[in-house]
Write a new protein. Structure first.
Length: 267
C-alpha cells in the first residue's frame, strides 16, 4: 500500500478499532459492525453541509426545468447562445447543473479507505486485528465471491445484505424518478435515456458490494440509508418551499402589493 493511501487507512484503523473496543462490553461480537456504522455516520455528518447544498441544487434544477426547456427550444439552432443563457440562468439562481454530484464524489475516498482497511493484512506494520471480527460468523474482510457459496451461512449473510441494499436502492431510484424532468420539460430525445439511467444507476451499488468486503458493504448500506433520511427530512421539496419563502417577489409585484395596501388603508 502506498504512503498516500496508508495514512488515511491507518487513521481509519485506529478510529474503528477504538470504537470497537469501546462498544465490545455492550455489543460483544457485533461491536465491530456497530463501529463501522458509527464511522460511516460520522463521515456523512462531516459531509452534511455539502449534502444539503446538493439538495438545494436539485430543488433548483426541478424549479428551473420549464425555463431550461424554453431556452432549449428558443436557441435550438444557436448552441453557443444557449450555453451562455443557461449559464446565466444558473448563476442568477446560485446553482449549476452539477450541483448534486459533489457529495457523491467526496464519499468515494472514504469508502475506498474502508475497502482497503478490510483488504489489508497489516496496517501500520502491525497485523490487522479487525480482520478477526465477524458479523453472524462471517469475517468482515470476506467478500461474497470468496465465500463458501450462496447456499452457505456466509452466503445467507451476504444475501441479506444485498436484499437490504437493493431495497434502499429501489427507494433511491424512486426518489430520483420523482425529481427527474417531466417529458414536457426534458430535452428532446433524452427523456427515455435519462429515465433508464435513473432507474439503473442506484443498483450499481449492489454490484459494487458483491465485489467488496463485507465491511465495505455495511458502509454502503449505512451511507445509502443516511442519504434517504436526508432526502426525507431535508429533501428538495422542503428546500424549494424554504427558498420560495425566502425569495423576494419581483419588484413589479412588490409595488403592486404596496399600492394595494395603500388603497386598503384609504378605504
Amino acid at each position: 500500500m502506498s504512503d498516500l493511501l496508508g495514512v488515511p487507512v491507518d487513521a481509519a484503523y485506529h478510529i474503528v478499532s477504538g470504537l470497537t473496543g469501546a462498544l465490545t462490553p455492550v455489543l460483544g461480537g457485533l461491536a465491530a459492525t456497530a463501529a463501522i456504522i458509527v464511522f460511516t455516520m460520522a463521515v456523512r455528518l462531516l459531509l452534511m453541509p455539502l449534502s444539503l447544498r446538493a439538495l438545494r441544487g436539485q430543488a433548483a434544477q426541478a424549479r428551473l426545468a420549464p425555463q431550461l426547456a424554453a431556452l432549449r427550444q428558443r436557441y435550438a439552432r444557436q448552441p453557443e447562445k444557449l450555453q451562455r443563457e443557461m449559464t446565466a440562468l444558473y448563476q442568477r439562481e446560485g446553482t449549476s447543473m452539477f450541483a448534486g454530484f459533489g457529495p457523491l464524489l467526496l464519499q468515494w475516498p472514504f469508502w475506498s479507505v474502508m475497502y482497503l482497511l478490510f483488504r489489508s493484512a497489516q496496517v501500520g506494520g502491525q497485523p490487522n486485528a479487525l480482520l478477526s471480527r465477524h458479523l453472524l460468523g462471517v469475517p468482515l474482510g470476506l467478500h461474497w465471491l470468496s465465500g463458501a457459496g450462496p447456499l452457505s451461512a456466509s452466503g445467507a449473510v451476504f444475501a441479506g445484505l444485498f436484499v437490504v441494499l437493493a431495497g434502499l436502492c429501489w427507494l433511491s431510484a424512486r426518489l430520483a424518478r420523482q425529481l427527474a424532468p417531466s417529458p414536457a420539460t426534458a430535452p428532446a430525445g433524452t427523456g427515455a435515456g435519462l429515465g433508464a439511467l435513473l432507474r439503473l444507476l442506484p443498483y450499481l451499488t449492489v454490484a459494487i458490494a458483491a465485489f467488496a468486503p463485507l465491511a465495505a458493504g455495511i458502509y454502503l448500506v449505512t451511507s445509502l440509508a443516511w442519504s434517504l433520511a436526508e432526502r426525507r427530512f431535508f429533501g428538495p421539496s422542503a428546500v424549494a418551499a424554504t427558498d420560495a419563502g425566502r425569495r423576494k417577489p419581483p419588484r413589479g409585484q412588490e409595488n403592486l402589493r404596496v399600492q394595494a395596501g395603500r388603497k386598503t388603508q384609504k378605504a
